[in-house]
Each structure stands twice: as structure tokens, then as C-alpha cells.
Design a protein around this ligand. Structure first.
Ligand code: AMP
Length: 280
């Protein structure tokens, strides 16, 4: 006699890749990694109003939804392109996702208020708000982010640990143009000349990581790297720092181990960021 076994449906897993569209090979690397990790891959395409400051490029941010769909279709990824009022039914307001507010909470130096957060006040409240909304709307098992936005990675990781502990986070290395420029949707704002000057960011980071392989003081190597960026025409440095991956705070000369170098600068009127992991 054969005994009918109850049928157990295999559990289908889902990965979410949050993007603002204007997709390039960096985004597609995230999608490919997501496909290795989950049965279904949802790519959200949403230019999130709450992460842009009043004087930033929200209105002119490239919106290329049809081209984005065409890039994703051959990969078999699903597109989730909600309207602003679907993501924010009560209006596009930041609902701060409170993370890391311990007893000794120091608002000024909270990792969401330094570097990108210092120059773009409220930016990370907007980012965390939208990532939480997109997670709530799509219910993923895995979320995939790019290392290029190192501070975003640090903060989203913290939010997931506190708010969505069952969701796995996967971080994909930065995809670059052959000459080293980190791919970015904002690169399309650059003129041919600015595009050349923008290379200084990656060069400064690679020189810095090479300098630190010899016995150079971190503070000295940083000063050199900053000067290297500052003398480049058309480039205005915002910050260039080395941070401890555990805290996102700048390291001092006594620090040893794996660290993250982060840089941001305006090239003409375009703000670009880049990062590399290094050992000091
Ligand atoms: P964005 O559309 O710029 O908000 O980026 C969406 C996701 O793609 C974020 O997780 C970014 O970190 C990631 N990303 C953007 N540019 C790159 C790149 N050049 N390499 C890898 N990931 C990237």
C-alpha cells in the first residue's frame, strides 16, 4: 500500500533590489547577484522625493522607465515602479525610522548625520523611510545594495538588524567604467571635460590605499589625498575620510585593520561619491 505524502510546496524566496532607475551595469550587477540568492527578483524603480533636499536634483533626476524595463526584461527580473502616492499615501513625508538611538544617543554624530547626512540634511531619514516602505510593500527575504553607497549600506544594515532581523542583506562591490569612474546615474550630467576631471576621485582613493600599504600615517595619507582632489580643476571636495566599518566614525592614526575610505565632491554642479575598502 502506498501512503500519500502531504505535498509540501517549496518556499519561494524573493529578493528586492531598490533603485531610482536610470539603470546602468552597476544596478544590473545587483540584479544578477539577487538572482543567485532568490527565486524571484523584484527591482523597485522609484525616484524617492523624501531623500532629496529642496535645492537638489529631484526634478531633473533622469527618469528612463521604458529603457530600464528593456534592460531588465532579458534578465527575467520583475519591475516594481510605484507612484509617489502609493509609497506615501499620506503624502511624501519623512517618517523617521529611528535606529541606533541608544542611551548615549548623540544626534550630531549619529552616522546618519555625518558625511552625506551633514551635506544633505534629512537624506538618510528619507532613504530609510523609503527602504522600509518598499520592504513593507514587497516583503522580501533578501535585499541587495551596492557598496558604492557605503554609508547607506551601514545605515540600512543597522535598520534591518533592528526592524527586519529576518531579512538578509547582500552588498555588491562597486562596478566601474574601464578607467575607474564608479558607475552612477548622475554621470550622465557630466560634460566630456567634467567626466575626465571626475576620475580624480577614484585615483585619490586608489593612491590612498597604496600609500597606506607602506608605513604612512593615516592622517598624512589623508591630507595628501585631499590635496590631490582639491587641485583638480572643476572639482570641489566635500569630504574624504577613512572610517571604521563598525561605527562609521573616522579612524585615528592608531587604527589597524579593515577600513572604508569615502569621498564626495562636486564636479561642476554634479555631486559624486565613491568609496574603497582598504587595510591600514
Ligand atoms: P540608485 O539608483 O543610485 O539609488 O542605486 C540603487 C542601488 O544601486 C544602490 O544600492 C546603489 O548602491 C547601487 N549602485 C549604484 N551604482 C552602483 C555601482 N556603480 N556599482 C554597484 N552598485 C551600484
Amino acid at each position: 500500500m502506498t501512503v500519500a505524502r502531504p505535498r509540501v510546496d517549496p518556499v519561494e524566496t524573493k529578493a528586492l533590489v531598490p533603485t531610482m532607475g536610470a539603470l546602468h551595469d552597476g544596478h544590473l550587477a545587483l540584479v544578477r547577484r539577487a538572482q543567485e540568492l532568490a527565486d524571484r527578483v523584484v527591482v523597485s524603480i522609484f525616484v524617492n522625493p523624501t531623500q532629496f533636499g529642496a535645492n537638489e536634483d529631484f526634478d531633473k533626476y533622469p527618469r528612463t522607465l521604458e529603457a530600464d524595463r528593456a534592460l531588465l526584461a532579458p534578465l527575467g527580473a520583475e519591475v516594481f515602479a510605484p507612484k509617489v502616492d502609493e509609497v506615501y499615501p499620506r503624502g511624501p513625508l519623512i517618517e523617521p525610522v529611528e535606529i541606533g538611538y541608544g542611551e548615549d544617543f548623540d544626534k550630531l554624530n549619529h552616522p546618519k548625520n555625518v558625511f552625506e547626512g551633514a551635506t544633505r540634511p534629512g537624506h538618510f531619514d528619507g532613504v530609510l523611510t523609503v527602504v522600509a516602505r518598499l520592504i513593507d510593500m514587497t516583503n522580501p527575504d533578501v535585499v541587495v545594495f551596492g557598496q558604492k553607497d557605503a554609508q547607506q549600506v551601514f545605515l540600512v544594515k543597522q535598520m534591518l538588524a533592528e526592524r527586519y532581523p529576518r531579512i538578509r542583506m547582500e552588498v555588491v562591490p562597486t562596478v566601474r567604467e574601464p578607467d575607474g569612474l564608479a558607475m552612477s546615474s548622475r554621470n550622465r550630467y557630466l560634460s566630456a571635460n567634467e567626466r575626465q576631471h571626475a576620475l580624480v576621485l577614484f585615483r585619490a582613493l586608489t593612491n590612498l590605499s597604496l600609500r597606506l600599504m607602506s608605513a604612512t600615517f593615516i592622517s598624512e595619507a589623508l591630507m595628501e589625498a585631499r590635496s590631490f582632489v582639491e587641485v583638480e580643476p572643476e572639482v570641489r571636495l566635500d569630504y574624504l575620510e577613512i572610517v571604521d566599518p563598525a561605527t562609521f566614525k573616522p579612524v585615528d592614526d592608531s587604527f589597524r585593520g579593515g577600513a572604508i575610505a569615502v569621498v564626495a565632491a562636486w564636479v561642476g554642479t554634479t555631486r559624486l561619491i565613491d568609496t574603497v575598502n582598504l587595510i591600514v
